[in-house]
Design a protein around this ligand. Structure first.
Ligand SMILES: [Zn+2]
Length: 412
């Protein structure tokens, strides 16, 4: 199956769409609209007549059903247009390494940037494929323009192949995913989809149906402050209380640096204060809500223990929900994952379900009412100058999207 995915990808990555975590505006950078506007124009050219960019920079479009079945769930495919603030996305020069032979790839504009099989996972699967990288000075932007190009190419393919039956297919391109704002101003009522797939995953054949569940905890310690010359028997220094709490965290477990797979953690991210008052901010992560609560109880236990030595000091322990494992939602609709696996098998792939040690726009969308796992886009080493994607993996992703549209129609 030959599609327009490569041409589209090369065109989109050359448009700078870096988002900015420090910005107050929405989208965080106006330049993201350059790509959003282009995508809307290209969708109109394909023949998708309702394509448009809304006032917040989201692109919405519908490929109308061509089936006489009336009960087909409306499926949405979603990607984000912005690139990471971590590495420059200006003047990206994509380079295609055709029929790659497995040898090291030194990037032309900075020879110290080298892709090596020994250092980058999944690269060993790509020998003989056409690999695309940046030139050494920027990221590539495959995260998530690979997904954008794949959805666009699949849309074009579906419109040009009316013999492939499908229900209403919705397309959604969001800004500001990399700065946590991707779902902030999305209008799900207007989108009108039943289920969604973000196309923002890594290796070909992978599917992510689980994310962390996440809370934050803020401990605010009020000590007893005195003039240091006259503190005898009175002073209870909040800075030292904070230090005692942090010292009691386990050294060999429950931290990001000592856990993997399905293990969660308690992670202090900021300490702020003076002897009178100190605030410690934590993020708590686990794959279950019960696991989060256990960790919070453990942390509260440490706090209570420490405070026993400081009888006149007090502390406030505040838990705030951040996001929840999307599996809690997805388990109610097993068809979403089953159909994705079926679509992958039809593309000759062996589907692998994975979990993400983080959150995604899909986890937020799932709890906002659009159950939404993440399927592969082929993007790798994202947020770095070594970012790469292969043309073959992108073509497979297009095939999977087209198959998904077909599978949902067939099973309705
Ligand atoms: Zn992404």
């Amino acid at each position: 199956m030959k599609t327009s995915v490569l041409d589209r990808f090369l065109r989109y990555v050359q448009i700078d769409t870096q988002s900015d975590p420090g910005s107050e505006s929405f989208p965080s950078t106006a330049k993201q609209r350059d790509l959003s506007n282009l995508l809307a124009v290209e969708l109109l050219e394909i023949g998708i007549s309702d394509a448009h960019v809304d006032e917040h920079g989201y692109v919405y479009a519908t490929i109308p059903s061509n089936s006489n079945k009336t009960q087909i769930p409306v499926i949405c495919f979603c990607s984000h247009v912005d690139t990471s603030p971590d590495v420059s996305g200006a003047n990206v020069k994509p380079v295609i390494h055709r029929k790659w032979d497995g040898s090291d790839i030194a990037l032309p504009d900075d020879h110290t940037q080298v892709l090596r099989i020994s250092e980058l996972h999944d690269l060993d699967q790509q020998i003989g494929n056409d690999i695309i990288t940046a030139s050494g000075k920027t990221l590539l932007g495959a995260d998530n323009k690979a997904g954008v190009a794949e959805i666009m190419a699949a849309a074009e393919y579906l419109v040009n192949h009316p013999e492939i039956r499908h229900g209403d297919i919705k397309i959604l391109f969001t800004p500001d995913e990399e700065v946590g704002g991707g779902t902030e101003k999305v209008d799900l009522a207007k989108l009108g989809a039943d289920y969604g797939y973000t196309v923002d995953g890594e290796a070909v054949g992978t599917l992510e149906n689980e994310t962390f569940s996440a809370d934050s905890v803020r401990i605010t310690i009020s000590g007893v402050s005195t003039h240091p010359g006259y503190g005898l028997g009175k002073l209870e220094n909040a800075v030292k209380i904070a230090a005692d709490i942090l010292a009691k965290l386990p050294k060999d477990t429950l931290s990001p640096e000592t856990t993997s797979d399905k293990e969660g953690f308690i992670h202090p991210v900021q300490v702020e204060g003076i002897q009178e008052k100190v605030t410690i901010s934590f993020i708590i992560r686990d794959f279950t809500t019960a696991g989060l609560h256990e960790k919070e109880a453990f942390l509260k236990g440490i706090l209570d223990e420490v405070l026993k030595q400081y009888p006149n000091s007090t502390a406030d322990f505040k838990v705030q929900e951040q996001y929840r494992n999307m599996k809690e939602v997805l388990d109610k609709y097993p068809q979403i994952i089953e159909n994705a696996e079926e679509a992958m098998r039809r593309a000759g792939l062996d589907p692998v379900c994975r979990s993400i040690r983080g959150g995604t726009d899909g986890s937020r969308l799932s709890f906002m009412g659009l159950p939404c796992p993440n399927i592969f886009a082929g993007e790798h080493a994202f947020h770095s100058k070594l970012e790469w994607v292969s043309v073959q993996d992108m073509e497979k992703a297009v095939e999977v999207i087209v198959n998904l549209a077909r599978v949902w129609e067939e099973k309705a």
